[in-house]
Design a protein around this ligand. Structure first.
Ligand code: S3P
Length: 430
C-alpha cells in the first residue's frame, strides 16, 4: 500500500487547472447513455469512480468510445435501450455510481445485481432502496436491502411524492432518474438543498425539471436528446489547493475553470467568513456557473458552520477541518452526521489524523469543535482508505516542519489520480 512523504512548503503558487468534476462526469455518462443520439463529453474525469459508471453502462450494451485523453463519445441507446448485463455490475467504491444506477435500473424490466468493494459494501443503501420500492421496483440485498450486493428488477414504475429525511443529491438523483420512467409527476422534497447537477443536466438533455422551494419534480415518460458537454474542473478537488494557498504564507494561486455551482461552493462562503482572500475573477454561466479563482494567503479566524450550509460543502469538511485546525480561535461545524457514512467516518478519520499532528479537535455527537493552533507537527498519519482524508492530510502536512508520512494513499485515485502531480506543479519547498 503506498504512502506519501510530505515536507514543509514555503508557498503554493502558479496556475492550475484541476481535472473534471466527478459528480458531473457521472451524470454525463448516465444521461448520455440514456439519450437518443450521440453525446460528446470533454474533460471527463478519468478516475476509479467515474470509470465504474462508464463500465456499468458498457456492461448494459452502451458503446462508449475514448477519442483522446478525457474525451469520450457515448452512443446513447434511449431510455429503454439498455440490455441486461451478463454478469454482476461492479460498483467498486463509488457511492454515486451505485445509488444513481439503482434509480436507472428501477426503470428496467430486466434483473441486475450490483456488487461493491470494501468501503462501499458498508455504506447505507436503504435511503434509495426505500423510495424506489415505493415506486414499484423489486429490490433485495444484504440486511433487507441496506448493503451491497443488491439485486434489482424494475419496470412499470408509478410516480411518487417523496419527502427525504436527508439532504442527499444521490437520493434525489436516484428518484429523479427513476421518475423519467414513471408515467406522471415524481416529486422529491429535501430538508436542505443538495447539489443540483442532475437537475441542470436533465434540463440540458431536454427534460423539463420543476423546482419549487426544496421540491424538485420531473414528468415521465421522458425523452433525452444527446448533447455536447464540457465538464468544468471539480470544485471538490480545487478545494484542497484553495485551502493550501490560504494557509501557506506567500502563496498566490490561480485555479482555472472550476465548477462554481452555488450548491457546491459552501467552502468559499465559510472560508470568506474566516478571512480568506479568494476572488472569482472570471465567471461564465453555461448551464452551471464556472470560472477562475485567485487565492492569496491569509490569516484565518474561526467561525460557525450551520447544518443548513453543510450539504453545499459536504465533501469539503475534511479540508475545512484542516483550515480550522490552523485558524485563530474556535470553529464549530454543526450537524455533520452525514460525514459518518462516507468512505470512512470522516469525523473520526480526520480528527484522528489532526490530533496526531497536534490539532485540537473535539466531537459532540455530530458537531465538531476545533480550537486552532499556531502550528501542526510532522508525524505518521493514516487515510484509513478514504481519498478525501488522504488529500486533506497531505495539505495539512505541507504546513508542518519536518517530514510527515500519510499512509494508504492509493485511494486518492478514486477521485483525483493526478493530485500529487498537480500539487508538485504549484508547491515551492522551504
Ligand atoms: C454526490 C453527492 C454527495 C457527495 C458525493 C457525490 C453526487 O453525496 O458526498 O461525493 O455526485 O451526487 P450525498 O448526496 O449522499 O450527500
Amino acid at each position: 500500500m503506498s504512502s506519501i512523504v510530505v515536507t514543509l512548503a514555503s508557498s503554493v503558487s502558479g496556475v492550475l487547472a484541476v481535472p473534471g468534476d466527478k459528480s458531473t462526469s457521472h451524470r454525463a455518462i448516465i444521461l448520455g447513455s440514456l439519450a437518443h443520439g450521440p453525446t460528446m463529453v470533454d474533460h471527463l474525469l478519468e478516475s476509479n469512480d467515474s470509470f465504474c459508471t462508464l463500465e456499468a453502462f458498457r456492461g448494459m450494451g452502451v458503446a462508449i468510445e475514448k477519442l483522446k485523453s478525457e474525451q469520450y463519445l457515448i452512443k446513447g441507446v434511449g431510455l429503454h435501450g439498455l440490455s441486461a448485463p451478463h454478469q454482476p455490475l461492479q460498483m467498486g467504491e463509488s457511492g454515486t455510481t451505485m445509488r444513481l444506477l439503482l434509480g436507472v435500473l428501477a426503470g428496467q424490466s430486466f434483473r441486475a445485481t450490483l456488487i461493491a468493494e470494501t468501503s462501499l459494501a458498508r455504506r447505507p443503501m436503504l435511503r434509495v432502496v426505500t423510495p424506489l420500492r415505493q415506486m414499484g421496483a423489486y429490490i433485495e440485498g444484504k440486511n433487507g436491502g441496506e448493503y451491497a450486493p443488491i439485486t434489482i428488477q424494475g419496470g412499470g414504475l408509478r410516480p411518487i411524492r417523496y419527502e427525504s429525511p436527508i439532504a442527499s443529491a444521490q437520493v434525489k438523483s436516484a428518484i429523479l432518474l427513476a421518475g423519467l420512467y414513471a408515467s406522471g409527476e415524481t416529486v422529491i422534497t429535501e430538508p436542505h438543498l443538495s447539489r443540483d447537477h442532475t437537475e441542470h443536466m436533465l434540463a440540458r438533455f431536454g427534460v423539463p425539471v420543476r423546482r419549487q422551494g426544496k421540491s424538485i419534480s420531473v414528468k415521465g415518460p421522458a425523452r433525452l436528446i444527446g448533447q455536447k458537454i464540457r465538464i468544468p474542473g471539480d470544485f471538490s478537488s480545487a478545494a484542497f489547493f484553495i485551502t493550501a494557498a490560504s494557509l501557506i504564507p506567500n502563496s498566490s494561486l490561480l485555479l482555472k475553470d472550476v465548477n462554481l455551482n452555488p450548491t457546491r461552493t459552501g467552502l468559499l462562503t465559510v472560508l470568506s467568513q474566516m478571512g480568506a482572500k479568494v476572488q472569482v475573477i472570471h465567471k461564465e454561466v453555461t448551464d452551471e456557473p464556472r470560472g477562475d479563482l485567485q487565492i492569496e494567503s491569509s490569516h484565518l479566524k474561526g467561525t460557525i458552520v450551520s447544518a443548513e450550509l453543510l450539504p453545499t460543502l459536504i465533501d469539503e469538511v475534511p479540508i475545512l477541518m484542516v483550515a480550522a485546525a490552523l485558524a485563530e480561535g474556535t470553529t464549530t461545524i454543526l450537524g455533520a452526521g452525514e460525514l459518518r457514512v462516507k468512505e470512512t467516518d470522516r469525523i473520526v478519520s480526520m480528527a484522528t489524523g489532526l490530533r496526531a499532528m497536534g490539532g485540537q479537535v473535539i466531537t459532540k455527537g455530530n458537531d465538531v469543535v476545533i480550537q486552532g493552533v499556531p502550528k501542526l507537527h510532522s508525524t505518521r498519519v493514516h487515510s484509513y482508505g478514504d481519498h478525501r482524508t488522504a488529500m486533506a492530510l497531505v495539505i495539512a502536512s505541507l504546513t508542518a516542519e519536518g517530514e510527515t508520512t500519510v499512509e494508504e494513499t492509493d485511494c486518492i485515485a478514486k477521485s483525483f489520480p493526478s493530485f500529487m502531480e498537480c500539487l508538485n506543479s504549484i508547491q515551492k519547498d522551504s
